[in-house]
Unconditional design. Structure first.
Length: 119
């Protein structure tokens, strides 16, 4: 049993890791939340856990999550790439966020994001 567990852990570690851009969509009012994340594995579970435990306090996303419930939201990966292809993850994520914010404008009545600073 111990060897089987070790083999499963090793297989998991050998899987490629991806970074990318995700979108949460409120299927009732169609507002979106966009984020650029360093590791896509388990990201939907991460958001569900945080929202179900009220980690976002009184953000508009948290308010709508509490109002409509988890079933009113969907999760999508908009773009992804292997993490071993990037040299400066922080800069890459900032760049990706700007690109997708410019493209989708997830602010005010369209979404839950705030414009990037300096925009």
């Amino acid at each position: 049993m111990k060897e089987e567990r070790k083999a499963l852990i090793q297989a998991y570690k050998l899987q490629p890791t991806y970074y990318g851009v995700i979108q949460l969509t409120n299927t009732i009012n169609h507002k979106i939340y966009i984020d650029a994340v360093p590791n896509l594995k388990g990201r939907w579970e991460f958001y569900k856990t945080n929202l179900n435990n009220h980690f976002y306090h009184q953000s508009p996303l948290q308010v709508d999550w509490d109002r409509y419930g988890e079933s009113a939201f969907s999760f999508a990966i908009l773009w992804k790439k292997k993490t071993d292809d990037v040299l400066n993850m922080r800069a890459e994520l900032k760049h990706l966020k700007k690109i997708w914010f410019d493209k989708l404008q997830p602010f005010d009545e369209r979404g839950y994001n705030k414009p990037l600073r300096g925009e």
